[in-house]
Design a protein around this ligand. Structure first.
Ligand SMILES: *Cc1c(COP(=O)(O)O)cnc(C)c1O
Length: 380
């Protein structure tokens, strides 16, 4: 028997108490029971998004919320600027182009980021840019983009800042209102420790004003209609009831741990993972600020990273992730977000040592574990 461990950068493991909550008999969504549930979920979501705005849950994957952000605030022929430094940056560009929105690409090589100053310069040289679109945590490269810096640029202008926080909500600090992000999207299956199937959109005043004039087609993802339902503690269409039930449990867990402590935990897990990986002589893929959600590791010379992923799975029954697109074969990614704790990092690193050794790499056994434990021994 090999115990299964899910250590990919999403979907992430679901805690047992959440699984049990979701195993309750189905309830109808137009009932007082659902209303009671949603009142609690609605309040909890505002805290996790750190906003006064209502957070709108949608029954879809994270990409659905990205598409909803675009179709509700923009019109065909509008121009936006998009941070493009990974596969999820590509996704913003592809969604916008699919709807006839012009994109000024703020590109950086994968593993790097785009400084806020470049965003400011783009807004100076391109007049009338409606929005800046970015990831917070770019999960394909393991980089954390400077959302705070971008928000400082767009704040007080007519340009919106639209943030994909799918792999940063409940992982890295993103105070939506305090920083001035105008639209934040996220999903259920990363930091929120839930099955995939629910995504979220939170719109600030600037985004709601843009929604008034947006002419892109929308029906299922009409957020103005969704908000009308949400303020009545309802859902416009049938919600993913079981996941919303699980979400209440997750929000309680986050409240108990404290949002600050949740961020601290992720920071420690990420620092320990990086220290462990580097202690084995491996190179981090992220050359800019690394994400606390996952660690992207460059495959050692002569080793196909797909082989590392396959060995984790075959030999240890652990799922990690490889590289996407042009990073395939070059990168493997270890997730440490959501329901993840210190000894999960130790397991991932111990397995890494064995995997590398099996692949014929020289390994100083225990080196990565010791490096990680030194981080855990630090008094925070
Ligand atoms: C996981 C993820 C998404 C959403 O992907 P889906 O497969 O549609 O849920 C979007 N952006 C980032 C940064 C992600 O990590």
């Amino acid at each position: 028997m090999k115990k299964y461990q899910l250590m990919a950068p999403g979907p992430t493991p679901v805690p047992s108490e959440v699984l049990l909550a979701m195993a309750q008999p189905m309830i109808h969504h137009r009932t007082p029971q659902y209303e009671t549930l949603f009142v609690e979920v609605r309040a909890g979501l505002k805290k996790v998004f750190q906003t006064e705005a209502d957070v709108l849950p949608l029954a879809c994957s994270g990409t659905g919320a990205m598409e909803a952000a675009v179709v509700n605030t923009l019109s065909a022929g509008d121009t936006v600027a998009a941070i493009r430094a990974g596969k999820f940056g590509d996704r913003w560009v592809e969604i916008c182009r699919a709807y006839g929105v012009n994109v000024v690409e703020l590109a950086a090589p994968f593993g790097h980021s785009v400084p806020a100053e470049r965003v400011a310069e783009t807004l100076r040289t391109h007049k009338g840019v409606k929005a800046v679109l970015t990831q917070h945590s770019e999960s394909s490269t393991g980089v954390l983009h400077d959302v705070r810096g971008y928000a400082a640029v767009t704040r007080g202008t007519d340009t919106m800042l639209i943030v994909d926080a799918v792999s940063s909500l409940g992982i890295a600090d993103l105070p939506m209102d305090a920083w001035g992000a105008d639209l934040v999207v996220s999903g259920s299956q990363k930091g929120l420790m839930l099955p995939p199937g629910v995504a979220f959109c939170a719109l600030g005043e600037k985004a709601w004003a843009a929604a008034k004039t947006s002419t892109l087609p929308k029906y299922y993802f009409n957020l103005a209609e969704e908000r009308k339902a949400v303020v009545k503690n309802e859902a416009h269409f049938t919600p993913a009831v079981s996941i919303i039930v699980g979400l209440r449990e997750v929000l309680r867990m986050i409240e108990t741990e404290g949002l600050r402590n949740v961020f601290k935990r992720h920071d420690r897990l990420a620092r320990a993972t990086r220290a462990g990986v580097e202690a084995l002589g491996l190179e981090l893929f992220a050359k800019a600020t690394p994400s606390p959600a996952l660690t992207a590791v460059a495959a050692p010379k002569g080793v196909d990273s797909e082989k590392v992923v396959a060995a984790y799975s075959k030999t240890h029954n652990i799922t990690i992730a490889g590289g996407q697109g042009e990073m395939k074969g070059k990168v493997f990614r270890l997730g440490h977000m959501g329901y993840a704790a210190e000894f999960d990092v130790i397991v991932a690193l111990a397995a890494l040592e064995q995997v590398l050794s099996d692949l014929g790499q020289p390994v100083d056994f225990g080196a990565s574990i010791g490096a990680a434990q030194k981080i855990f021994a630090e008094k925070s």
